[in-house]
Design a protein around this ligand. Structure first.
Ligand code: DOR
Length: 301
């Protein structure tokens, strides 16, 4: 499918469809169900300096139009990740993007230094997890810290840096991210949401508020991608938020995304990413169009 090949931040992707960080974990289970090497790329679950057990359950529930999660960055920490997971990820014949989370600039620097020597193609700094709050842990709540983290990460990283944000304060955060020299942004992370059990009168998620993902957030995600691409036409964007089929993927690319991430969709039906690739190819063939004619077409007046 030569038609779907694309280059983003110097990396060649066989197609623009990648996994969003999170729902696919580190890929071991997904790779038993689909051939991950058929995807343009795979983004691993956010790792942190130290292992985290995450938030208490219930922490994933279905809601109208999607899903609410309050996982809280459960992971084994970067040392275990490098030892146990990176070899598997490196064995996949696709681009690997490692998602990193942290509390300050130094934590990111330590992880980047350690992972610079791997075959990971790019880093995605997840500065916007909606489910951690301890001591201002959400870096995206502090635009100056965002600048510092990205600037320092760029200094030491041997690989392109993407930075992931939600919708809160996204304009200022992207401005600082671009000023700090990031290669791209990932838009959007989940949007804060809640569900209440009317019989008990209590929230269903133990942590009360979680991150809403899935089709419910798609129009918001799309408008955010459009808005940021409009302001920064040269910035690479990984677009995500409720992409369930090739039509959704096309909309994101037409709005300004260079790559599209599938998160919740993989949980609903693990075939969704491969179906999107197949149908995108058929669409371009039928319309006799190149991907380049699709990208950012909605930006044109
Ligand atoms: O919705 C999310 N959940 N977004 C993140 O960035 C992390 C994840 C989690 O682990 O809570």
């Amino acid at each position: 499918m030569e038609r779907l090949k694309t280059k983003v931040c110097g990396i060649t992707f066989n197609n623009p469809v990648i996994t969003a960080s999170g729902p696919s974990g580190n890929g071991e289970e997904l790779n038993k169900l689909i051939d991950i090497s058929k995807l343009g790329g795979f983004t691993s679950k956010t790792i942190t300096l130290n292992s985290k057990i995450g938030n208490p359950p219930p922490r994933i529930i279905n809601v109208d139009g999607g899903m609410l999660n309050s996982i809280g960055l459960q992971n084994d920490g970067y040392i275990e990740f490098k030892k146990n997971t990176v070899p598997f990820l490196e064995s996949l014949n696709t681009n690997i993007i490692a998602s990193l989370g942290g509390y300050d600039s130094q934590e990111f620097e330590i992880m980047i230094k350690e992972l610079n020597s791997t075959k990971i193609k790019a880093f995605e700094l997840n500065l916007s997890c909606p489910n951690v709050s301890k001591g201002g842990a959400v870096i995206s709540q502090n635009p100056n810290l965002v600048y510092e983290v990205v600037k320092n990460a760029k200094k030491i990283s041997k690989k392109p840096i993407f930075v992931k944000f939600g919708i809160e304060n996204v304009d200022e955060l992207v401005e600082n991210t671009v000023a700090a020299g990031a290669d791209g942004v990932t838009l959007i992370n989940c949007i804060k949401g809640m569900k209440i059990d009317i019989n008990t009168g209590k929230t269903i998620l133990k942590r009360k508020i979680g991150g809403l993902s899935g089709p419910a957030i798609k129009p918001i995600a799309l408008a955010t991608v459009y808005k940021i691409k409009n302001k920064y036409p040269d910035l690479s964007i990984i677009g995500m938020g409720g992409i369930m089929n090739f039509e959704d993927a096309l909309e994101f690319m037409m709005a300004g995304a260079s790559l599209v991430g599938i998160g919740t969709g993989v949980m609903i039906d693990h075939e969704i990413p491969v179906n999107i690739i197949k149908n995108l190819n058929n669409f371009l063939l039928k319309k006799n169009k190149k991907l380049d004619e699709i990208f950012s077409s909605a930006q044109e007046v």
